[in-house]
Design a binder for this molecule. Structure first.
Ligand code: AN7
Length: 360
């Protein structure tokens, strides 16, 4: 069967009708890659999978939400969409707006979004405005503007974004034949953890899965409002995608944590960069730093004995499955990669010198 994107695939679970004009880039259907290294790190009886959302059309999971948000916006007759963004939302909104021929306006925190994401928003023709402030300031402004003008807000406060993004949990259940036992994921504005949890609950309710995962969300240590229980005024982290001090879906993230019996913890920039390099160098999977928070969190919890402790009693005859969500592609932020490694050496264009440099 041809693949026609998440709305076509999961139509029965989404608020669309025959009349909804579907704007799609064939997002979704991303691989669930078994991780040999992380599975053996956890030991016998555990299996770790990487949901590589960086392979969506614009390089992040946002496309799942944006196909829904833009399709519904077009159905409602809107002529412009707007968002605040740490980068990926703006890249995705710009692409889907371009495809449907509507205007896209984005507000970004000045100097704080990765270069690849800025390039995407601009090349897709969005009107990009950098503000002298952070993501939270940008989102406040966008809310005010879209409240007062006929412009559709496409941040994850838009419920159609959540609807689209929940399809990632459907895919995981379809691929594993049931829900995993644990899920590790980054948390920024907290829309995605909200969406996954909604998806897992709906799939179980419809009889498509028999269990629910424990949801483990990770914020960056310098931007961890949910962990600290209060908004962070000046959030800081090298994982710019999740540099968010006052998440819009805070309460829903807490609900996902508590209903699933999971947790929301934080990981340091150092732990994020270590996981980032492990993923690239040992798994062959290049992600952006925010996405590596999933694996940094997995490692942290493993070292605390969390998975063994929370392994349920009735799982003796099967492996415990843990899925780490890798939300965005590494090419989004090439500067970070270059800064983590040794730059290539330059030698004369001569066989002997090249051979010597290689060590042959
Ligand atoms: C790669 O693009 O908020 O917790 O404005 O780009 O649903 O916010 C991005 C968030 C994780 C956090 N990983 O997801 C934006 C934006 C990556 C991201 C998150 C983001 P949410």
């Amino acid at each position: 069967m041809n693949y026609n994107g998440i709305i076509d695939k999961y139509r029965d679970y989404l608020p669309v009708t025959k009349k909804t004009p579907i704007v799609t880039l064939l997002e979704g259907n991303t691989p669930l890659i078994p991780s040999q290294n992380l599975s053996s790190m956890l030991g016998k009886g555990f299996e770790v999978f990487l949901k590589y959302e960086g392979l969506n059309p614009t390089g992040s999971f946002k496309d799942r939400g944006m196909t829904m948000a833009v399709s519904k916006a077009i159905e409602e007759g809107t002529e412009a969409v707007m968002c605040a963004s740490t980068g990926n939302t703006s890249a995705s909104a710009a692409a889907f707006a371009a495809r449907s021929g509507i205007r896209c306006i984005v507000l970004i925190p000045k100097g704080a979004i990765a270069l690849g994401k800025l390039a995407q928003a601009l090349i897709h023709g969005a009107q990009v405005i950098a503000i002298d402030g952070n993501f939270d300031d940008a989102l406040d402004l966008v809310k005010q503007i879209t409240d007062q003008h006929p412009i559709t807000l496409v941040n994850s406060l838009n419920p159609f974004r959540i609807e689209g993004q929940k399809t990632a949990s459907f895919e995981i259940c379809d691929m594993l034949d049931d829900a995993p036992d644990f899920q590790c994921m980054p948390v920024g504005n907290a829309g995605n953890i909200t969406a996954y949890w909604k998806g897992y609950k709906e799939y179980k309710q419809k009889g498509r899965s028999t269990r629910l995962p424990m949801m483990c969300g990770f914020q960056a240590a310098g931007s961890a409002p949910i962990v600290h229980g209060r908004p962070i005024k000046n959030p800081e982290t090298i994982a710019t995608a999740i540099r968010i001090g006052n998440p819009a879906s805070w309460q829903q993230a807490v609900a996902a944590r508590d209903e699933s019996g999971g947790l929301i913890d934080m990981v340091t920039d150092e732990e994020i960069l270590k996981a980032y390099q492990i993923l690239a160098a040992k798994e062959g999977v290049f992600v952006e730093p925010a996405s590596a928070a999933s694996v940094a969190g997995l490692i942290k919890l493993h070292e605390q004995g969390y998975f063994t402790e929370n392994r349920k009693l009735n799982t003796a005859n099967r492996n415990i499955q843990i899925v780490c969500i890798l939300t965005g592609h590494g090419l989004k932020d090439p500067d970070r990669a270059i800064r983590c490694v040794r730059e290539p050496i330059t030698v004369e264009a001569k066989l002997e010198t090249v051979m010597e440099a290689i060590g042959l």
